[in-house]
Design a protein around this ligand. Structure first.
Ligand SMILES: *Cc1c(COP(=O)(O)O)cnc(C)c1O
Ligand code: SF4
Length: 464
């Protein structure tokens, strides 16, 4: 097997992964698209299936570690297995003409330059909003922009630490895929910790810091501590909650148990909790199958013993979890393990979305059916929620108003906090999969928030 080497999917400088030195602890390794033929379990697939996988992996990012291969995927149920669909490239993820084009190049034995050129062309078409959201929400301090941060909702600052921009394994649906193949470079400051702290100190209305990535838990604990330990100082009293978005609990649970700096991580969490901070791991789950392994359960127990809280969130995806029974069991398992169900997301408009998307109407049915099967303790899961430009918009239901079939919607988060919790209505459309497919109901020309949102957009694009 392969140790981590620098390959084109890594955008963080240096080796972003934790490699343990103890002989008893599992060592982190990754396979990428160049190592598909070295994964023993793939030998049970046909030559054609393996070739198809190579075709898709030439365009979309692929990265997996042995824990996921050995403990999460049910190899007797491949290719339908949801964990296999979540991590391995599938032929339907490319549009037929793109697939054929890349397959042709590989069959002809085209050189790397030709393959990369074709891959980049296909990628650019799959990434319709390369800048959009990201640039619009970048905060400024003393006239300087802070590209490693986003500040969209008043009380929460998102921070992308430069060492946390990759993951232990990549999800096939991930909306961050463009950054993993290097067509959308994130920009960072050389002193991102200093800038984070200066910015937070200047924003007394901010209560939450959300560390995100990639996966910030690919970072060594000492890097994480550089960002977080200074928040114990009195000038950060207003930062009450530190959230860390991660999939490491299920993709590399050893990060919390046997990795060389796992103990340091526990001490860091304990220290933050003891100082009165709410430390929340926003754990990303797609299927209850990720929560069955003893290694994961040990990691959850250990992390919770520090006083940190774990909340569960993840998108609804065709081929992986578009089934109410999967969500019911996921939420029940979470509650049993002390994890608080938080969000069911709608898949975003990028990458292989055509493969994963579920119509909003169907998403709401799945949510409703699943949430009605669980006790009140699991009904903390909100959704289906679209993280769109104006805010997080939840489909609350489908009903009739004055004889017109409509979606009932609300903002869970709004670019203007005043939009939050105001119900609004859109014409029912069985095929709509995103907010921008929806039209106002009742013959209205626009949604109530649109004039203000356009004004905000105009303001931000004029500014820089
Ligand atoms: C979801 C999200 C947050 C956090 O919102 P909560 O409702 O507090 O979970 C913050 N910033 C952005 C850009 C988000 O998408
Ligand atoms: S772990 Fe999160 S950031 Fe990483 S590939 Fe999966 S969804 Fe994307």
């Amino acid at each position: 097997m392969l140790n981590e080497t620098t390959h084109r999917l890594d955008i963080a400088n240096g080796s972003p992964v934790a490699v343990t030195s103890e002989s008893s602890a599992p060592r982190f390794k990754v396979y990428n698209e160049r190592h598909l033929d070295q994964i023993p379990q793939l030998q049970r697939l046909s030559d054609e299936q393996r070739f198809n996988m190579q075709v898709v992996a030439s365009v979309l990012p692929f990265r997996i570690n042995p824990y996921v291969i050995e403990h999460l995927i049910d190899w007797d149920n491949v290719p339908d297995d949801p964990m296999f669909q979540l991590t391995f490239p599938q032929p339907g993820m490319l549009l037929p003409e793109d697939f054929e084009r890349m397959a042709d190049l590989l069959r002809k034995g085209a050189d790397r330059i030709a393959i990369k050129a074709a891959a980049d062309e296909i990628r650019i078409r799959l990434n319709p909003h390369p800048a959009g959201q990201q640039q619009m929400n970048v905060p400024h301090l003393d006239g300087e922009s802070l590209p490693g941060m986003q500040h969209k909702y008043r009380e929460t600052v998102l921070f992308f630490p430069s060492q946390g921009q990759t993951c232990h394994t990549y999800c096939t649906f991930c909306f961050r895929w463009a950054q993993f193949v290097g067509i959308q470079e994130l920009r960072f400051n050389s002193n991102d910790a200093g800038q984070l702290h200066s910015y937070l100190a200047s924003q007394p209305q901010v209560s939450d810091l959300l560390m995100t990535g990639g996966d910030p838990m690919v970072m060594k604990t000492h890097h994480l501590a550089e960002y977080l330990r200074p928040l114990l100082q009195p000038e950060f009293e207003h930062i009450q909650t530190i959230r860390i978005g991660t999939k490491a609990l299920t993709y590399w649970p050893f990060r919390f148990t046997s990795d060389a700096d796992a103990d340091d991580l526990m001490r860091l969490c304990e220290q933050l909790v003891a100082a009165g901070k709410h430390v929340a791991f926003m754990a990303h789950y797609n299927h209850w199958r990720e929560l069955e392994q003893p290694q994961v359960r040990a990691a959850i127990r250990r992390l919770r013993s520090t006083g940190a809280v774990i909340r569960g969130q993840g998108p609804l995806l065709a081929h992986i979890n578009d089934d109410a029974a999967v969500w019911t069991r996921l939420w029940r398992t979470q509650v049993r393990l002390g994890i608080i169900p938080y969000y069911m997301f709608v898949e975003r408009d990028t990458g292989a979305r055509h493969y994963f998307e579920v119509p909003l109407a169907r998403a709401w049915e799945i949510y409703r059916e699943a949430i009605s099967q669980v006790s009140g303790l699991a009904r903390t899961a909100r959704g289906p929620s679209m993280s769109a430009g104006p805010g997080k918009v939840e489909v609350q239901g489908i009903t009739e108003v004055n004889g017109e079939k409509v979606f009932v919607l609300r903002f869970i988060q709004g670019r203007n906090a005043d939009w939050v919790q105001r119900p609004f209505f859109a014409k029912f459309d069985p095929d709509a999969t995103w907010l921008d497919h929806l039209k106002p109901a009742g013959g209205e020309a626009q949604f109530f928030f649109e004039p203000e949102y356009r004004a905000i957009q105009a303001q931000t694009s004029a500014g820089h």
